[in-house]
Every structure is written in C-alpha cells, then in structure tokens.
Design a protein around this ligand. Structure first.
Ligand SMILES: C[S@@+](CC[C@H](N)C(=O)[O-])C[C@H]1O[C@@H](n2cnc3c(N)ncnc32)[C@H](O)[C@@H]1O
Length: 274
C-alpha cells in the first residue's frame, strides 16, 4: 500500500509550526467572510487534520455557537494544539483535540454538523478515501469546508528566474513522486459531486501582497523553504541549489516593496446528503 502519510517528516518539522501559524494569519480574514455565509449555528465541528490547532481555536473563538473536535495523526501536533488553551481562553471550554486517522476516524456515523479540512488533501494519497470518511461522520445536511491547494496558482513578479516553472518542476513533481497531487484543489469539486455531496461551491482566497501583510507572506515562503527545499530536491531533477535559488527569488520579490506575489487558494464547500 502507498505511504498514507508521505509528508510526515515535513509535518513534524519545526518549520511547520511557523507555516501553520503564518498561513492561518494570512488566510483567516478572508476565510472568516466565507464562514459567515454558512447557516448558523455551526454546531458540532470536526477539524480534520487540525495540525497545531490554529483554525480550531479561531473558529471556536469567532463562532460561540460551536464545539470543535480537532484531530490529527501526529501526537506532537495534537499536544501543541492543546497548548492553545493558554492563548484562546474564550473558546477553551468548547475545543478538544485527539489523535485520529482521517482514513479510519473513530467517530460514529453522522456525528458532525460541520467538517473543516484545511491544507491536508494535497499531502496525502487517495484523498477520495478521506472524503468518504468525512462524509460518513457528517450528518445528513452537514457542511463540508475544504481548503485545498493548487500549487500551480502561485505567482511572483518580478523575478530573476521563471518561478511559475519552478512550481511545476519542483513541488508539483515532488508531489507526483510521493503519490500526492499538489494541484488537487482543481479536482475536488467534481469529486465531491461524484460522492453525492450537494450545493458544491468553489471560491478562491486571494493571498497576495495587496491584501496580506508582506512580512507574513515572506515568512510563509521562508518556512516552506525551511521545511521542503531539501526533500523537493531529493525527489525531483532539481538540485538543492536550484530549489534554494527559486525560494530566494520568490522571497526577494516579497522583500522588494514593488514586488507582487499571489497565492490563489481554493475553498470548496458542499452539503452532505444521505
Ligand atoms: C499542512 S497541515 C494543516 C493543519 C491544519 N489543518 C491547518 O490548516 O493549520 C496537514 C495536517 O494533516 C495531518 N494529517 C496527514 N495525514 C493525516 C491522517 N491520515 N490523519 C489525520 N491527520 C493527518 C498532518 O499531520 C498535518 O498536521
């Protein structure tokens, strides 16, 4: 069987803590606007693959009508997520975390009213199996809220090299070599419809240097570099120097006050129908 968690070392790397913190800081203001459009109360929420709990805590704090169960396969991430209780006391009575496997969740059928799964499906093989499991634990009428990457939609200007090409030859090729699809975002709407999910909607968060603090964006590319540069080179035809040069180019673009960077991030929602 294919490795079900081919990025476990990267997920456990110290840079991932920075990545998840900075990504959520960049994404939350636009994501909150989408969350506000969903029917309330959110009710019982599953944060599937919660990592360090950045989203679980923000959700519980921002939406007092919900209780949040965050689950992750990595015990260290779950332990770190629990530490959020010191930072986010308002939500703390309504948030809990446990170790669980998205391919075989320990929850009963039809447990949840709202299921979030953010930045996970690009990192695992056979995401359809996980989607089936999320549907199983959602009740009839529950909402799915998925942030699903498409790493062909990250662009910088100006750069010294063709960084659009880098995303194909580097990260996307790395994904292919490890059994994952780093452009899964463009495929998920059709997959959800095929699985019987109704009211499927795709929108995009525009994480760019016009809308997001440039320092936060720069930090995201630095932490991606720290966690992934070497493993990308290991699995592709690019050398470590090539990969580091591409990240330096993108980070340099963000250091230039006139440089522009954009990361289009697909958000797919739908309603579980049973
Ligand atoms: C990039 S992180 C995203 C974390 C969080 N959702 C966020 O948006 O900040 C992906 C997470 O998925 C988790 N993961 C990967 N495979 C999993 C599995 N089979 N079951 C549970 N969690 C898994 C990883 O351990 C990692 O913490």
């Amino acid at each position: 069987m294919a490795d079900r968690n081919p990025q476990k070392d990267q997920m456990a790397h110290e840079s991932m803590v920075r990545t998840l913190r900075l990504q959520t800081m960049a994404v939350w203001p636009q994501e909150e606007r989408i969350l506000n459009t969903y029917p309330k109360p959110l009710g019982r929420v599953l944060d599937a693959g919660c990592g360090t709990g950045e989203f679980s805590w923000r959700l519980a704090n921002g939406f007092p009508d919900c209780t949040v169960n965050g689950v992750d396969i990595l015990a260290d991430s779950v332990a770190r997520a629990r530490e959020g209780a010191t930072e986010w006391d308002e939500g703390s009575r309504r948030v809990s975390f446990s170790v669980d496997d998205l391919y075989h969740l320990s929850f009963a059928d039809s447990t949840f009213d709202f299921i979030a799964c953010r930045h996970v499906l690009q990192s695992i093989p056979e995401p359809e199996l996980v989607l089936n499991e999320l549907i199983r634990v959602g009740r009839n009428g529950a909402r799915l809220h998925l942030l699903v990457e498409d790493y062909a939609m990250i662009h910088h200007y100006p750069t010294q090299t063709d960084t659009d090409l880098f995303w194909h030859q580097g990260p996307i090729a790395f994904g292919r070599a490890t059994g994952t699809d780093l452009r899964v975002g463009r495929a998920i709407s059709a997959t959800l419809r095929r699985l019987g999910v109704s009211d499927v909607k795709l929108s995009y968060l525009v994480i760019d240097s016009e809308r997001v603090d440039r320092g936060i964006l720069k930090g995201i590319f630095e932490s991606w570099r720290d966690g992934y540069a070497d493993v990308i080179a290991e699995h592709t035809e690019l050398t470590p120097d090539d990969v580091h040069a591409a990240f330096a180019d993108m980070i340099g673009c963000l250091a230039d006050p006139d440089g522009y960077a954009v990361w289009f991030l697909p958000v797919v929602s739908g309603v579980i129908s049973k």
